[in-house]
Design a protein around this ligand. Structure first.
Ligand code: HEC
Length: 94
């Protein structure tokens, strides 16, 4: 007999750890561990003068992290872009 309450708990756990929210949390943690703030302060983000959509934001994060020793993978770059997007840029993610 399957215990449904356990199953739904498990599914909820999977959704939480793989969902967009987890990406934002991980992105924030990685951003804080990296050396981004050696060149930036938070007011650099979200003015949207040069960055006009989520794709450009991701590309900028990629370009910047390549200049640091962060060594992020593509999915890390996406998580950091999600974090910056949620707190500052507020673009529609595609
Ligand atoms: C060596 C200095 C330097 C470091 C370190 C650096 N950046 Fe940048 N970043 C820049 C410069 C310069 C620009 C502006 C480029 C331009 O105006 O075209 C920029 C622009 C950006 C922008 C776009 C800001 C906007 O809205 O116009 C984002 C987002 C960004 N960086 C994220 C990061 C992240 C994330 C990190 C850490 C992995 C990081 N940067 C580390 C120099 C740096």
């Amino acid at each position: 007999m399957i215990n449904f309450s356990k199953v739904s708990f498990l599914i909820a756990g999977i959704l939480v750890t793989t969902g967009a929210f987890a990406g934002v949390q991980e992105g924030k943690a990685m951003f804080n561990e990296a050396t981004c703030m050696e060149c930036h302060n938070l007011s650099d983000f979200g003015s949207a003068k040069k960055i006009h959509n989520f794709k450009q934001l991701e590309q900028r994060v990629q370009a910047c992290q390549a200049n640091t020793d962060a060594g992020w993978f593509d999915e890390d770059v996406t998580d950091v872009a999600k974090y910056l997007n949620k707190d500052f840029y507020k673009f529609k993610e595609e």
